[in-house]
Ligand binder design. Structure first.
Ligand code: AMP
Ligand code: ZN
Length: 114
């Protein structure tokens, strides 16, 4: 999609610190980390938000879950735990409208979120 920063990252037009890649998914470090581990996991295909998941693309969510597990193990946060966040829409705090999941770990998280 034109002018989507995460599409540009997926296409390597914009550099990022990639931590995992396969044909469907890219994971890279967040530019503005809020935890010792703060990785964004995106489908390479442009999907605006979780509201655009449908029966044709739902398999990507299962695949992203397996990628989250791999990254959590690689960064040794699988045992202590982590937080997986999806901000959806304006009130959800979404600022980049290309579906992404934040994987945050390496410190104890607080609850509730703001
Ligand atoms: P959200 O507010 O859930 O839409 O999250 C968007 C996230 O993308 C924020 O945490 C930003 O710090 C991050 N971000 C924006 N641009 C980049 C970039 N070029 N490389 C890495 N992370 C980015
Ligand atoms: Zn995009």
């Amino acid at each position: 999609m034109n002018n989507c920063i995460f599409c540009k990252i997926a296409n390597k037009e914009v550099p990022s610190e990639i931590v995992y890649e396969d044909d469907k998914v890219l994971a890279f470090k967040d530019l503005d980390p809020h935890a010792p581990v703060h990785v964004l996991i995106i489908p390479k295909e442009h999907i605006d938000s979780i509201m655009d998941i449908n029966e044709d693309n739902i398999n990507i969510l299962g695949h992203i879950t397996t990628v989250v597990k791999k990254i959590a193990e690689e960064y040794n946060i699988d045992k202590e735990g982590f937080r997986l966040v999806n901000n959806c829409g304006k009130d959800g705090g979404q600022t980049v409208f290309h579906l992404h999941f934040h994987l945050l770990g390496g410190r104890a998280m607080t609850w509730p979120p703001g």
